[in-house]
Write a protein that binds this ligand. Structure first.
Ligand SMILES: Nc1ncnc2c1ncn2[C@@H]1O[C@H](COP(=O)(O)OP(=O)(O)OP(=O)(O)O)[C@@H](O)[C@H]1O
Length: 252
């Protein structure tokens, strides 16, 4: 398995080692005359080096929670502080900067740019984060995820697992302190899914925080901490209920 990105991240202020803090966060949507409570009273703290799995069934609010942390959506109640920045009431300009330098995303369906090569897709991650020499960073990250020999391939010329590894290279290329992954193995077979989890796990242990959203209870067993949600509420926080396992011991 390739080595994780060992580049040090900009540390959170010494007084605040928490990278993600949600305080009694709620999110309501209004659809016609009815109200949907997607999240209610969610409090959570995630520190550097932590791999947290948010576990819950379909419709429980997992993606909404990830969108709060990634500043893709705003809470209707509570406060969200990420990478030392209160993003709850941040201006559009502040949010723009936060999304470039605070978080990166890995998606279930990869979301690569179809007209860009693997190298160009990964380079995009470094570009957006305004890293110097984005091409060199992109090559390095693709080598790190084992795709050094696929730089010129377009997404349709890659397998699903390879596409997801490009998605991870793109996220790693940003150098951002927080990586958010929404069902990153959802489209992949077991063996390929395990490779992806290995990469995310290794990344967390380079001083970043990684949050993985899944409905798969078995995947939750690799977490340092599991946040279980049901109907928008946290129902359990703690080590994996069925016991923590090495990724190589996972079965699903
Ligand atoms: N923009 C929206 N407008 C109205 N309701 C929404 C909106 N986004 C989400 N919801 C509702 O909020 C609830 C939580 O949705 P969310 O997508 O966060 O769930 P999830 O756990 O990620 O589900 P899945 O695993 O199926 O993706 C659902 O009931 C959903 O219908």
């Amino acid at each position: 398995m390739p080595l994780p990105d060992a580049r040090p991240v900009t540390p959170a202020p010494a007084t605040d080692k928490v990278l993600i803090r949600l305080e009694q966060v709620g999110r309501r949507y209004h659809v016609g005359d009815s109200e949907v409570v997607a999240l209610a009273d969610v409090s959570l703290e995630v520190r550097p080096e932590e791999l947290v799995v948010v576990l819950g069934p379909s419709g429980s609010g997992k993606t909404t929670l990830l969108n709060m942390i990634g500043a893709l959506d705003s809470p209707t109640e509570g406060r969200v502080v990420v990478a030392g920045q209160d993003i709850t009431h941040a201006s559009r300009k502040e949010l723009f900067a936060f999304r470039r330098h605070g978080v990166s995303f890995v998606f279930q369906t990869f979301n690569l740019f179809p007209a860009l090569t693997a190298l160009e897709n990964a380079e995009f991650g470094a570009d957006v984060a305004e890293r110097p020499d984005p091409r060199t960073v992109a090559v390095e990250m693709l080598e790190r995820v084992g795709l050094g020999d696929r730089l010129g391939h377009f997404p349709h010329e890659l397998s699903g697992g390879e596409q997801q590894r490009v998605g991870i290279a793109r996220a790693l290329a940003s150098g951002n302190p927080i990586l958010l992954a929404d069902e990153p193995t959802g489209e992949l077979d077991f063996q390929t899914g395990v490779q992806i989890l290995e990469l995310l796990h290794a990344h967390a242990h380079t001083g970043r925080a990684v949050v993985i959203v899944t409905h798969n209870r078995e995947i939750a067993r690799i977490a340092d901490r599991v946040v279980e949600i049901s109907s928008g509420r946290v129902v359990r926080v703690g080590p994996p209920e069925e016991g923590q396992v090495e990724i190589s011991d996972l079965r699903w």
